[in-house]
Design a protein around this ligand. Structure first.
Ligand SMILES: [Zn+2]
Length: 202
């Protein structure tokens, strides 16, 4: 069964637009908000914003499945869940390009393979550094780990604040959104799911 759709691996079309063109676009936005892009403090701003955007959205050039190929075949008999919690998460919502800031918790139950712990956080990072909805982000991480690790089960939780909710629009500055996605034994066996939820809530 193929869990990861091809749309989960967007082709970067960054190459079609040059840095200079992107800088020009930001210069237009600076003018549009009523500022003078030629004032000293703003002269280098379009360049800096382009550089920052490259970092915010570097996930388009990275393939999480590739990262997960380096698994360790020997689990040494370990067959219980591995939980990595409070992985800091910074993403951007695809509706407003506003920051989504929060944490991700990731768990899996190995079958034959374990993976370096940093790879779980890497997977979170790669999908976060794209324009996202929290729901899709949660699913993409879970499905990619399930497939890449050939795990018995995967659980992913994201708890995040959306700045499009806190800074604008409805302005609920304390609201956070929690999404969960369970696959395999976490979905089928409620005792696994409950133990996971207890572990991440500590
Ligand atoms: Zn938004």
């Amino acid at each position: 069964m193929k869990l990861v759709k091809d749309t989960d691996k967007p082709e970067s079309n960054k190459d079609q637009i040059t840095d200079l063109q992107a800088e020009e676009a930001f210069k237009t936005v600076i003018k549009w908000i009523g500022e003078d892009p030629n004032r000293e403090g703003l002269l280098e701003t379009p360049k800096r914003v382009v550089k920052a955007f490259k970092e915010y959205f570097k996930g388009y050039n990275q393939n999480p499945a590739e990262e997960l190929k380096k698994t360790f075949g020997d689990v040494d008999g370990y067959d219980d869940m591995v939980v990595e919690k409070n992985i800091s998460l910074e993403s951007h919502c695809e509706h407003h390009m506003a920051p989504i800031i929060g944490v991700a918790h990731v768990a899996y139950i190995p079958k034959n393979k374990v993976v370096g712990l940093s790879k779980l956080a890497r997977t979170v990072d790669i999908f976060s550094k794209r324009l996202q909805t929290q729901e899709r982000l949660t699913m993409q991480i879970a499905k990619t780990l399930m497939e890449g690790l050939d795990a018995k089960g995967v659980a992913v939780t994201i708890d995040a604040a959306h700045q499009c909710m806190t800074m604008r629009g409805i302005k609920k500055e304390r609201a956070t959104t929690i999404t969960n996605y369970f696959l395999g034994s976490f979905k089928e066996d409620l005792s696994h799911q409950n133990r996971y939820l207890r572990l991440i809530s500590k």
